[in-house]
Design a protein around this ligand. Structure first.
Ligand code: SAH
Ligand code: SF4
Ligand code: F3S
Length: 478
């Protein structure tokens, strides 16, 4: 690749730096993966850039979950073709790689359809990235093996410098893949079978993050509460045990996890919500539909009643917990009555926030083969109705915060001068006037007003959670 050593004005030779631009689509697991790819490339002289035009290597980390997400990749590749030509005219070469779930699902098709792509590689080969790039200088290649060695045994941990630059709230993947095979979903095909990282590996990574100043970690997994990693004695333990272990780490004040499947919310995990103050009172617990017939046809393997009873138990354990969910409308066979059941369930549960989607038939999934596909216009109308209800609930939830005190993790400067931005325990965006030296600390605030997408707050005390330890993020090690 072109990144020749440069002779500086003072005559010294400057080490060649190659620049990598990573564009991330899809879920938080892709965000985490992109960070780890950057970490894997750093020892090989790559620095991340946010400017595509100066990148020697461009990686698209893609999402296959719905058709729209998937198609974005091809339009982006079209744009990259002209960027590559522009750079070539200036004598610079550009390598283009496609990673993520579209790469896994459509590797050969991408190579055939997109001549500008040098390299296609799936989520289980990120640890091999430096070697793949080397090989891709002489051949176009597709690397989509799902089995094989465990990438987490080989991926370098984030450097202190990288962790610091990524902020006070971090993602940490603890589980990957899915064995549930919901009939609408591509994840079991793009991410493979469920696997869990060992406890010790996760605890070590979390300690490093905490030492770099990270105050909040969100544990990630396609099916995170199916986590069953090995502990130090070789026994397999669940997510609750992992959370207790992480809660012992000094400086880690907030823990979250996502995404959970209702079938895997076991008793220990529910109890952790009662007993662990670090575990934030916010839970993403998708149900997808409120109709038993549709749940069955989606292969969710639980009923609406199972879900409602589960919500009751969780709320009994942690009365202030806020719930969020995912919903799909227009799944094959969904009648007006099925849709009404979903609306009724939403009314019954009351969500603090939620994601909702129009069903997108995905090639290779059983849902795409079902006969009674729903008319797309009807599905759109249902989506509008459902989103209006969810929005009303979100506004109500936010309004219920007015006049309350809460702890907020202050993460960055706000939009206006003198303002800081952060997150409430319920993941709401928060703005308040506060000095910059409070960034990276948790502060007690009073909710003084409700904006469209955030809470306007006022600082109550500067003393309660001041750490001192991590007050400054200026870092000398890397
Ligand atoms: N593991 C999570 C979901 C991962 S996918 C779970 O079990 O809930 C994230 C969300 O995308 C899903 O919850 C679902 O609401 C949506 N989704 C997945 N496949 C879809 C499809 N084919 N069409 C529309 N939405 C879909
Ligand atoms: Fe997809 Fe279902 Fe697995 Fe979630 S549980 S990732 S929706 S197959
Ligand atoms: Fe998309 Fe893959 Fe995540 S399909 S939602 S990027 S697991």
């Amino acid at each position: 690749m072109n990144a020749e050593p440069q002779v500086r004005a003072d005559g010294r030779i400057e080490e060649a730096r190659k620049r990598v631009f990573i564009k991330t689509y899809g879920c938080q697991m892709n965000v985490y993966d992109s960070e780890r790819m950057a970490d894997a490339l750093a020892p090989h002289g790559y620095v991340e850039t946010t400017d595509q035009d100066e990148a020697d290597l461009i990686l698209l980390n893609t999402c296959h979950i719905r058709e729209k997400a998937s198609e974005k990749v091809y339009s982006e590749l079209g744009r990259l073709q002209s960027l590559r030509q522009r750079r070539a005219a200036a004598g610079k070469s550009t390598m283009i790689g496609v990673a993520g779930c579209v790469a896994q699902a459509e590797g050969d098709e991408i190579i055939a359809r997109a001549p500008m792509v040098d390299l296609v590689f799936g989520p289980q080969s990120y640890h091999k990235l430096p070697e793949l790039i080397e090989r891709a200088t002489t051949e176009r290649l597709v690397e989509t093996d799902l089995a094989g060695e465990d990438k987490f045994d080989h991926l370098p941990p984030p450097s202190r410098k990288a962790a610091v630059s990524r902020g006070y709230s971090a993602f940490l993947t603890v589980q990957e893949g899915c064995d549930k095979f919901c009939t609408f979903c591509v994840v079991p095909y793009t991410r493979g079978a469920e696997t869990s990282r060992p406890i010790a590996q996760i605890v070590a990574e979390a300690r490093d993050l905490a030492a770099a100043g990270v105050r909040e970690i969100t544990l990630l997994g396609q099916n995170v509460n199916a986590y069953h990693g090995l502990d130090d004695t070789g026994a397999s333990v669940g997510l609750a045990e992992l959370l207790y272990r992480l809660a012992e780490i000094e400086g880690l004040d907030r823990l979250r996890y996502t995404t959970s499947h209702p079938r895997d919310m076991d008793r220990d995990l529910i109890a952790a919500h009662r007993d662990l103050p670090q575990l934030m009172p916010y839970l993403h617990l998708p149900i997808q539909s409120g109709s038993d017939a549709i749940l069955k046809s989606m292969n969710r393997r639980h009923t609406r009643d199972d879900y409602l009873r589960l919500v009751e138990k969780i709320r009994a354990a942690r009365p202030d917990i806020a719930l969020s969910g995912d919903f799909i409308v227009g799944f094959p066979g969904e009648t007006d009555a099925d849709f009404a059941e979903t609306m009724r369930l939403i009314e019954e549960v009351g969500y603090a926030s939620a994601f909702s989607f129009k069903y997108s038939p995905r090639p290779g999934t059983p849902g795409a083969e079902m006969d009674d596909q729903v008319d797309p216009d009807l599905a759109s109308a249902r989506l509008t109705e459902l989103q209006a209800l969810l929005k009303r609930q979100q506004v109500l939830f936010n309004r219920s915060m007015l006049g309350r005190e809460m702890d907020v993790l202050l993460e960055r400067p706000g939009r206006k001068p003198g303002q800081l931005a952060g997150r409430s325990p319920y993941l709401q965006a928060v703005h308040l006037d506060a000095p910059e030296d409070l960034i990276g600390t948790i502060q007690k605030v009073l909710v003084a007003g409700i904006g469209t997408n955030s809470l306007d707050c006022a600082l109550v005390t500067k003393a309660s959670f001041q750490t001192g330890r991590f007050g400054s993020r200026i870092d000398s090690q890397s």
